[in-house]
Design a protein around this ligand. Structure first.
Ligand SMILES: Cc1cc2nc3c(=O)[nH]c(=O)nc-3n(C[C@H](O)[C@H](O)[C@H](O)COP(=O)(O)OP(=O)(O)OC[C@H]3O[C@@H](n4cnc5c(N)ncnc54)[C@H](O)[C@@H]3O)c2cc1C
Length: 524
């Protein structure tokens, strides 16, 4: 029994660590309880084959909030982020390829090879996204007006409305399209070349098991611009040592300021007494108590597995049961004996394209077929694949001359016998890559396959959803996780949310953890 903590944080994902740090920096006594033997949740680096380490699940950084980097002294604690020299590389079947550069002028030149119209549309499209981000991103750093935000919530709603009204009428139309349109309609209204359309749409496809023609899918584009690297928005990079170095730096800060961190602490119950959350019970039967409880784990796990149903209203439970969670992602880490040779750009030396986000997804039709196959058959026979080869920028991950690759593959739906089909699904992915990379399968030393079921079992991600909850309009902003409880306060007194299932959602941003801490500090 421990009666001295002010706050218990349930889960040591990066948002739990961020929340704990802000609370402790304000003088509260904080304890984090984590089920696994390492902290970091979906943001960890682990060895998966002797001598080969990789970011196990999340594999690239671009959303992390610069205020958090500064406040938690992440660079002082050893974090080093290397921006990609080339943002994305799309190998195409006919020996061609399309590159997206960090410098928009270079991308415009590249687009010009495919379509003059698209090259001239690009700066206008980027200006549109930039202007809208200037209004939307500040909202990501505020709690949505909701239960508990009181008069401040109303004032903030007025401020938000005023900021939106400052946009021109056309920009307000664009804003509504970015939230409500399908990604296919949005890119189709700006660009004509099928490869360029796919390249622009890709960010909106990541982790979202939805048709590219479904309303609301354009939002993914906005979500992928919420952070910045090297003072540039929308740029992606690699943390030296893998994604786990982000959470290891957060852990160092947490420990420096007195946060207690318990690993191998599997929470099996949240205790509710007289309508108040008062503590938790661990799998070994021990209890921890505190004045407030903050859940970093997913809302479904919190409310459907850890809290007695009798403590919650039936309506609320039904809302949680009906939440949509599914990314249909297969995540594979591969140990390679040599550098991948791209058919369209062969080279024995490491080049920029090896160090970029390499995407197999040449057209919107290809991506949509992958989606439809997954809905109607077992899974995509020609999946959309993002491949990173982080060992080309980081020699700490693999033995000299050998490499590790991260594969993020869509679509592989949750509902099947994954213990039976794991290897067969990975074979489909490798067969697809072999069409673009001549030596891929021949150079595989080992592979670690994480199916949607593995992501749920090992990392607690509901139905393998990489964002805890889908980023569909009905689950964003005031609706995340459930309308009435979007300002980080649950329906039970002293119970809060701080994970990806709360505003502004998933990705390694840390923003839910930071926003949540601010609300808790107002209450305690
Ligand atoms: C395959 C994959 C690829 C991704 N790629 C990227 C990417 O490249 N870039 C990016 O920005 N984002 C990426 N994401 C998304 C991002 O990683 C997540 O949205 C984010 O890490 C979630 O962080 P969190 O702290 O909110 O929750 P989590 O990281 O899920 O942390 C929750 C913690 O709670 C713990 N927990 C669960 N149950 C219990 C219990 N009963 N008792 C105690 N502890 C418990 C878990 O072990 C975990 O540590 C990816 C995610 C996945 C799965």
């Amino acid at each position: 029994m421990n009666a001295r903590d002010d706050v218990l944080v349930l889960g040591a994902g990066h948002n739990g660590l961020v929340c704990a740090c802000y609370l402790a920096m304000s003088g509260l006594k904080v304890r984090i309880l984590e089920r696994r033997d390492i902290v970091g949740g979906a943001c960890v680096t682990e060895e998966f084959h002797a001598g080969f380490r990789n970011s196990t699940t999340s594999y690239t950084v671009g959303l992390l909030d610069s205020e958090i980097i500064r406040d938690l002294k992440l660079f002082e604690h050893g974090l080093r982020i290397v921006p990609r020299p080339l943002a994305n590389f799309f190998p195409l079947q006919d020996g061609e390829s399309l590159s997206i550069y960090n410098d928009p002028k270079d991308t415009q030149r590249e687009f010009n090879r495919f379509s003059e119209n698209d090259a001239s549309a690009l700066p206008k499209f980027q200006a549109m996204v930039r202007e809208i981000c200037d209004v939307v991103i500040p909202q990501m750093h505020r709690p949505p007006p909701n239960k508990g935000t009181g008069i401040r919530g109303w004032i903030q709603t007025l401020e938000t409305t005023r900021e939106v009204m400052r946009l021109s009428i056309q920009r307000r139309r664009d804003l509504s399209k970015l939230f409500l349109s399908s990604i296919a309609d949005l890119v189709g209204s700006w660009f004509e070349n099928p490869h360029i359309q796919a390249a622009v749409a890709f960010d909106a496809v990541v982790g979202n098991f939805a048709s590219l023609h479904a309303s609301g899918t354009a939002y993914g584009l906005l979500h992928h611009t919420i952070g910045e690297i090297a003072n540039q928005r929308g740029i992606w990079g690699h943390p030296i040592g893998g994604m786990g170095e982000i959470t290891q730096a957060m852990l160092k800060q947490a420990e420096d300021i007195g946060v207690s961190v318990e690993t191998n602490a599997d929470i099996v119950e949240v205790c509710i007494e007289n309508g108040k959350a008062t503590g938790v019970v661990l799998a070994d039967g021990s209890m921890r108590r505190a004045r407030a409880i903050v859940a970093n784990l997913a809302p479904q796990q919190l409310y459907l597995e850890l809290i007695d149903r009798g403590s919650l209203e039936e309506d609320f439970i039904q809302n949680i049961e009906n939440l949509r969670s599914e990314s249909a992602v297969l995540r594979i880490n591969v140990a390679l004996s040599e550098l991948p040779q791209f058919v369209c750009k062969p080279s024995d030396e490491i080049q920029d394209h090896h160090q970029s986000g390499i995407v197999i997804g040449p057209t919107l039709d290809y991506m949509e077929s992958a989606y439809l196959e997954a809905r109607t058959k077992d899974w995509s026979q020609e999946p959309v694949i993002e491949m990173l080869i982080p060992s080309t920028v980081d020699d700490s991950l693999a033995p000299t001359g050998q490499h590790v690759a991260s594969l993020f593959c869509q679509y592989f739906p949750y509902n099947r016998d994954w213990d039976r089909d794991r290897e067969r699904a990975a074979d489909t992915v490798f067969k697809t890559i072999d069409r673009y990379v001549s030596n891929f399968s021949d150079s595989v030393i080992d592979r670690q396959i994480l199916t949607p079921l593995d992501l749920e079992r090992k990392f607690g991600l509901p139905r393998g959803d990489i964002f805890h909850l889908s980023h569909c309009p009905s689950q964003l902003w005031v609706n995340r996780p459930v309308f009435g409880h979007a300002a980080y306060r649950g329906p039970i007194s002293c119970l809060y949310h701080c994970g990806a299932g709360s505003h502004p959602g998933g990705g390694v941003s840390g923003i839910p953890g930071k926003n949540s801490a601010r609300q808790i500090l107002r209450d305690l």
